[in-house]
Design a protein around this ligand. Structure first.
Ligand code: HEM
Length: 354
């Protein structure tokens, strides 16, 4: 519920930043958009998923403690929303990300696999980014670390599934080299932001090409129903990752305005949300403990997301403010449609099981 509330107000804040004349609610709301979306919504959702996962493979009282991570990030987001003391929300979100790192270390101790190390690296870079933010760095200065969190988390999960394909050693080594290049980009951001964004952009393009070539998704395109929908969502997300990387490479260290908006949202909306749309059928039943039916109408939110993002990026790059604004509004509609379709899929699955 905390994550959902954060998503709602985070999108509201994004629309305010785009110039839509919605009620401002709180003077600090527009500038809270990034932290609400990354730390509040995605951070809470990912920490919750990991807490449920670790709880499923361990026993004892500590199981409950794992839920402190999503609780802290969710409450931190609420403090940011309410505009309570400027440091209190970042502090709770930072503590929550430390909790996620502890969860990942526990999981790695139980199962020391390379893909878990990559997902753990995601938690580590998120914590570093949050610490920099807590101690006064601006959001553009930490946004690469936040991106690293999401990119490593997703890349690690895809690496896990690609084990089924028994990829040759060189291909796995290539994946590791790409992860190191991305990491180099993040570390570089402390000394040279412009170069860092370009290096990370190169890493994103390389990762996207790797995923398009070696991820299991390509082979699932010929399947039907749910498997095909997941494959299409994943592959379209990889295309957005490549576009984001290309834009980062070209525009480098711009820290505000339309070019910044374009590469940021190609990754946050195009890549990350395509992944969420794809994985929802697996994540939500695991987290909520309820089955979910696949519905053909899932394609609607996927298509609306892609079309609206094309409009937004066109508006950003061509300097067309109206197109940019409508793209942003339709982005929000895609997320709402996704939530509505997800709820109806859970309700339908329950009816079928009765
Ligand atoms: C749903 C529709 C969304 C809208 C309308 C929106 C709108 C915006 C706008 C207008 C900006 C300011 C860009 C500039 O400097 O000109 C921005 C920045 C940002 N957005 Fe979004 N956004 C959306 C979704 C997302 C999502 C899903 C995420 C993350 C998962 C995200 C994360 C960020 C971050 C981190 C920033 C940088 C904030 C800063 O520098 O203060 N946004 N967004």
């Amino acid at each position: 519920m905390l994550a959902l509330a954060t998503l709602f107000f985070g999108v509201w804040a994004g629309l305010l930043r785009m110039g839509w004349g919605l009620p401002i609610l709180r003077p600090t709301l527009p500038m809270s958009h990034g932290p609400l979306m990354v730390g509040g919504f995605l951070g809470t959702l990912i920490s919750l998923e990991r807490a449920v996962g670790l709880g499923g493979i361990t026993s004892g009282r500590a199981r409950r403690l794992y839920y402190a991570a999503p609780l802290l990030t969710g409450l931190g987001a609420i403090l940011i929303l309410l505009g309570v003391r400027h440091w209190s929300g970042p502090l709770l979100i930072t503590l929550g990300s430390a909790g996620l790192l502890i969860i990942m270390i526990q999981i790695y101790r139980i199962h020391a696999a390379p893909y878990i190390a990559v997902i753990g690296l995601g938690a580590l870079v998120w914590l570093i980014g949050n610490l920099l933010w807590l101690f006064g760095a601006s959001i553009p200065e930490v946004v690469l670390w936040w991106m690293g969190f999401l990119v490593f988390t997703i890349a690690g999960e895809r690496l896990e599934l690609s084990r089924l394909l028994q990829l040759p050693r060189q291909v796995v080594l290539l994946f590791q080299a790409i992860v190191i290049a991305l990491l180099a980009g993040l570390v570089l951001s402390i000394v040279n932001y412009d170069l860092a964004v370009r290096v990370a952009g190169l890493g994103m393009v390389a990762l996207a090409l790797w995923l398009l070539r070696y991820d299991i998704a390509r082979r699932r395109l010929s399947a039907d129903g749910q498997a095909r929908y997941i494959a299409i969502s994943l592959l379209s997300g990889y295309v957005w990752l490549a576009i984001a990387g290309g834009l980062a490479l070209v525009y480098g260290g711009i820290t505000a305005g339309p070019y910044y908006d374009a590469w940021l949202h190609a990754i946050f909306l195009g890549f990350v949300f395509s992944m969420i749309f794809a994985h929802a059928l697996i994540i939500f039943p695991a987290v909520l403990g309820r089955p979910m039916a696949f519905l053909a109408r899932f394609y609607v939110h996927l298509v609306v997301l892609h079309i609206s993002l094309i409009l937004r990026l066109y508006g950003d790059l061509a300097g067309d403010v109206t197109m940019r604004q409508w793209g942003g509004m339709l982005n929000a509609a895609a997320l709402l449609l996704f939530l509505a379709n997800t709820i109806s899929a859970v309700v339908l699955a329950r009816r079928r099981n009765q």
